[in-house]
Design a protein around this ligand. Structure first.
Ligand code: T1G
Length: 697
């Protein structure tokens, strides 16, 4: 948790040492500042090299300290960088692997910088709703040039060090190491030991031929892209200050911007999402040290939309896939769809032709179960009907080698029941992908009663490899996401009964930030899917009331885009959702039949009924242990259901509103005779948190 100090000849070597990525936490800052002081006072030391232990130079400020007094405790990051820059002896940064955020700002405070090839360099603060707050907005434009610096700061994306070293006139890196980084840094330190004055990035000028025009253009571009996020424009203004103001005034402007952003709900949401994503990969009773099984070969059962999309995830990660179908034409159709998807990416320049060929070379197909027995993981993606699952899993149980993982992509069926079709329930797990499976980041990992711990550990590690955000769910109908969306959809239906049009509900939801409102979403996914689930639900839970409007729509054959009409009308071949007179009339008749006089419903009521339905159902899920933590629920909604990232997820949003206020509003909804009073009773966990004055986080 600190920094180590050693002297090699006449060079002091300071090594940041705060695993896993040398986050510049208080203890590390304090130790590093003390080490600089020690090098200053040690007469035999003529120069200093500073580097990072392990897998990073530094991943930046220790974000685990955010919101705590430690984050700004002296020496804060600005103090440390000031101490380095003011050192009377040259300080050389030996940079490798990862150099991000405050880590890059620290390197910029050094007098020289040597970087190892392949180092990922970034100022990613904008992704946390912040701006580089330790001089990055002032020093990087001076060292790298205004335009490349602005691009890096506003995008937050990592760039390979070699690319930055090629920027004409750059002073960011003095050397790109060709051999041993430390040796070359020590050599440079010895070379410059007597050079005076010491070169300081702050003394350089951030120049631009036509700053007013450039920044105005950039302002328009950045403003257009970041409508719900204040940070990118603040980043831009800080960089503009590097050009228009002396260094110390620029730093002051940067600090003001940083302090303002730190308090925004958007930054709190983004920081919440950053930790939520990392927390989701942890399973309370499965230690990180759990051994994982090798997944070198994958089989996918079913070449439909899901099977094809699922296969692409593994092909993209360089893992061979064999797709099994019952008929050759189904296989041919599936492979053709995969090819079409890749060719579209090649056409858009998102995928190189050779990469496309490499991926297709990893794909094979078969009609015979006997040919997939040696796969390490098989994922079933067949029709969502328990009888079909039974037949598939019985065959898998007969042919798959011992130790193979048998996964089902089921979106609602009971994984324990599926496991019971085999003699190896410990190897059975749910891997619920979201359509389109090769695009959506969310993967619900459904843990059966007997699923082995190493199976879970293996699937969670594999999810990272195929770049999915995995969230563990227990077994219940709909797992986490679909069980919550069912209550969301019920509310959407009630809103229609009570007087809303589909477009009004969608507009309110999309104004709140949802990528797509419930009715446009239904038309896209297919209204018949919900219809099938409701028919099942009417049998299972006869007293659970739904609006009949969605059934009436499906009885008209209006399944959505796939039938050219749904809640909305669609011009042939077009996807624009056009308000439908047929649906309006259907709803008028439906309300009249119920004796309902339609009323004006505010956007706020629409949004709160939709979102608090998610929150209340999630509180039940947490209580039942289906979801491990509230932030997992947020990850499900941020990565699988188009919830607005700048609100952090439904649970984060509820915390921002205040759970007391949420429950107050729910009690108001419970009084509406056309709604569902029983549903709006706060889940016990929610009621308890309110009683204790606590939040989900
Ligand atoms: N501080 C503390 N812990 C961090 C961290 C950081 N900056 N970055 C990552 N971790 C933890 C992470 O929580 C996880 O912990 C482990 O490291 C591995 O992370 C003033 C204020 C560095 C590219 O935004 O982009 O500097 O869950 O799984 O895939 O201007 O982490 O295992 O306990 O992501 O190899 C700016 C964010 C901070 C960098 C490594 N820096 N991190 O990726 O591992 S703000 C960032 C990343 C700042 C100053 C401002 C990535 C990574 P655990 P991982 P990875």
């Amino acid at each position: 948790m600190t920094a180590t100090y050693e002297v090699r000849g006449h060079i002091a070597v300071i090594t940041l040492s705060n695993p896993p990525v040398n986050g510049l936490g208080f203890a590390t800052r304090k130790a590093a500042a003390a080490a600089i002081g020690q090098a200053e006072s040690d007469a035999q030391v003529q120069a200093v090299v500073i580097t990072g232990a392990g897998k990073a130079f530094s991943g930046g400020a220790d974000i685990k300290e955010f919101g705590s007094p430690l984050a700004m405790a002296a020496p804060n990051l600005l103090d440390l960088i000031g101490v380095v820059e003011a050192c009377s002896k040259p300080v050389v940064a030996a940079i490798h692997s990862v150099c991000m955020g405050g880590g890059l700002e620290l390197a910029l405070g050094c007098h020289y910088r040597v970087v190892a090839p392949g180092t990922k360099v970034a100022l990613p603060e904008v992704k946390l709703g912040l701006l580089p707050g330790a001089g990055g907005t002032q020093r990087l434009p001076r060292a790298l040039g205004v335009e490349p610096a602005l691009n890096m700061i506003v995008s937050g994306e990592p760039v390979n060090a070699e690319l930055l070293a090629q920027v004409p006139g750059q002073k960011l890196f003095d050397r790109v190491a060709s051999g041993d980084l430390m040796e070359e840094a020590l050599a440079l330190a010895a070379e410059v030991a007597q050079v005076r004055p010491l070169p300081r990035v702050r003394d350089l000028k951030a120049r631009h031929a036509n700053p007013e025009a450039y920044f105005q253009f950039a302002r328009n571009m950045v403003g257009g892209m970041s409508k719900n996020f204040p940070a990118p424009l603040r980043c831009l203004e800080a960089v503009a200050a590097a050009v228009s103001k002396p260094f110390d005034e620029g730093i002051k402007a940067e600090r003001e911007g940083f302090a303002a952003l730190m308090m925004t709900p958007e930054s709190k949401a983004l920081r919440h999402a950053f930790f939520a994503e990392r927390a989701a990969s942890k399973i309370a009773d499965v230690p990180e040290s759990t051994p994982t099984r090798t997944i070198a070969k994958v089989a996918v059962i079913g070449a439909g939309t899901m099977g094809g999309g699922i296969s692409m995830n593994f092909l993209n990660a360089g893992i061979p896939v064999t797709i099994l179908e019952t008929k050759q034409e189904a296989l041919d159709r599936g492979v053709a769809t995969i090819k079409k998807n890749y060719e579209a990416q090649v056409k858009k320049g998102k995928l190189k032709e050779d990469k496309y060929q490499q991926r297709m070379a990893l794909l094979s197909t078969t009609l015979s179960y006997a040919e997939i027995g040696d796969a390490d993981l098989v994922i079933e993606a067949v029709f969502e009907e328990i009888g079909v699952k039974e037949s598939v899993f019985k065959q898998l149980d007969a042919v798959m080698k011992p130790g193979a993982i048998l996964a089902s992509n089921t979106s609602t069926l009971d994984v324990n029941k599926i496991a019971s079709f085999t003699q190896r329930p410990q190897d059975v797990v749910g891997m619920h992908f979201f359509s389109p499976a090769n695009v959506m980041k969310l993967l619900e990992v459904v843990r059966g009663a007997h699923t082995a711990k190493d199976v879970l550990a293996t699937v969670m590690a594999l999810a990272k490899k195929i770049r999915k955000t995995a969230v563990v769910s227990g077994v219940c109908d709909g797992f986490i996401g679909n069980r919550m969306i069912e209550q969301y959809s019920r509310q959407a239906g009630f809103l229609l009964d009570e007087g809303c049009s589909p477009a009004q509900v969608d507009r309110a939801a999309e104004k709140f930030g949802f990528a797509m409102g419930p009715f446009r979403m239904g038309d896209l996914a297919g209204n018949d899917i919900g219809w099938a689930i409701r028919k099942r639900r009417y049998q299972e839970k006869p007293n659970l009331r739904y609006s009949k409007s969605a059934d009436l729509l499906c009885e008209l054959g209006r399944y959505g885009q796939k039938t050219g009409a749904g809640w909305y009308d669609y011009a042939p071949g077009k996807r624009d959702a056009l308000p439908s007179a047929v649906v309006a009339e259907m709803l008028d008749k439906h309300r009249a039949a119920l004796g309902i006089t339609p009323r004006q419903i505010s956007d706020e009521e629409i949004v709160h009924r939709l979102v608090y339905a998610l929150v209340n159902e999630a509180a039940h899920l947490l209580e039942e242990g289906i979801a491990q933590r509230a932030s997992d629920v947020d990850m499900v909604y941020l990565t699988g259901y188009g919830f607005p990232l700048w609100r952090g997820g439904p649970m984060c949003y509820a915390d921002t509103v205040g759970l007391f206020n949420v429950v107050q509003t729910m009690q108001r909804f419970a009084k509406n005779p056309l709604d569902d009073a029983e549903f709006w009773q706060p889940a016990p966990l929610l009621a308890r948190l309110v009683a204790e004055g606590k939040s989900f986080s």
